[in-house]
Design a protein around this ligand. Structure first.
Ligand code: R5P
Length: 292
């Protein structure tokens, strides 16, 4: 059956939303957003929309809570014209707060899930969500699509000679393996630990044989860049050649990009789940495929 889609682009993801609409040959509706001096958002969209499945596209990168409230508002308005609203959240903020790590912590991901459902979302689609546990907080259908094949295709074009793919932590080991399989390369995993109180990262590993090799560090998120910097410093000590860094979500908080380059990384590549200068890989195709 031919499904009629309408794509609404939230302020944080207009470029990506337009690309998704083009791929689906769907009507694109702009959620025009103004910010008042006190930080409140004023959103306007004109919706003489025909009966359709409505895709509301908005990543919740910083300002996370503002972007979250905007998608909630758009969904709640779209509910007036459609009972089928999919929240497309290519980067889903709060997914790292999917469980209690220290006693007393609030699992905010569960609050986010309740709010999206209450607003009227009938399905959630995310890209390389930090952990699938985050999606278990929803009672509506969810789907996590992977940008890893697209990222690997991009790296393939750089024609590196026998590169080794590196996961900076055990949690990302399968991701790195999947990436390496596409490149027909080997993968290794470093052992990262993070102090849950200070956030400080340290890398431990048995000596990896990376001497003279080009390396590709693959991670889901680069936030402060601390993990990648530590991994780079560790690998440089093992006398590797060049280091390329690949991630799905390039948050790049503060001096992250500068610090990563300073540590000796040749190139950083991310997808457009978060629009940044390093966003070289488009995820509109994998998202469009998931909704069809
Ligand atoms: C953590 O487990 C994630 O996969 C990323 O490695 C982490 O979120 C990156 O954060 P940062 O760039 O601040 O080290």
């Amino acid at each position: 059956m031919l499904v009629n889609f309408t794509v609404i682009g939230g302020n944080a993801s207009k470029g990506l939303a337009k690309r998704i609409a083009r791929r689906l040959k769907a009507k694109y509706v702009d959620a025009d957003t103004r910010t008042f001096p006190d930080g409140e958002s004023k959103i306007t969209f004109r919706h003489n929309l025909k009966k359709s499945v409505v895709l509301v596209v908005q990543s919740t990168y910083p300002p996370v809570d503002t972007n979250l409230l905007q998608i909630l508002s758009i969904i709640s308005e779209a509910k007036k014209i459609s009972s089928k609203i999919y929240a497309i959240m290519p980067y889903m903020g709060y997914a790292r707060q999917d469980r209690q790590f220290l006693s007393g912590e609030i699992v905010t991901m569960s609050v986010v899930a309740k709010m999206l459902q209450a607003a009227g979302a009938k399905k959630i689609i995310a890209v390389d969500i930090h952990s699938k546990t985050a999606l278990r907080h929803f009672k509506i259908p969810t789907e996590n699509v992977s940008a890893i094949p697209e990222l690997a295709k991009y790296l393939k074009k750089l024609e590196l000679k026998n590169p080794i793919v590196v996961s900076p932590d055990t949690g990302g080991s399968l991701r790195a393996k999947k990436f390496a399989d596409i490149l027909k390369s080997d993968s290794i995993t470093l052992k990262k630990s993070r102090n849950r109180k200070t956030g400080k990262v340290s890398i431990r590993s048995t000596k990896a044989d990376v001497n003279g090799k080009d390396l590709i560090i693959v991670d889901d998120i680069i936030s402060t860049g601390g993990s990648v910097v530590k991994a780079t410093q560790f690998l440089k000590k093992q006398k590797c050649k060049r280091i390329f860094v690949v991630c799905t979500h390039g948050l790049l908080i503060g001096d992250a990009e500068k610090n990563i380059k300073k540590a000796g990384v040749t190139q950083i590549i991310s997808t457009n789940t978060i629009p940044r200068s390093i966003s070289k890989v488009d995820v509109s195709g994998v998202i469009a495929q998931a909704v069809q």
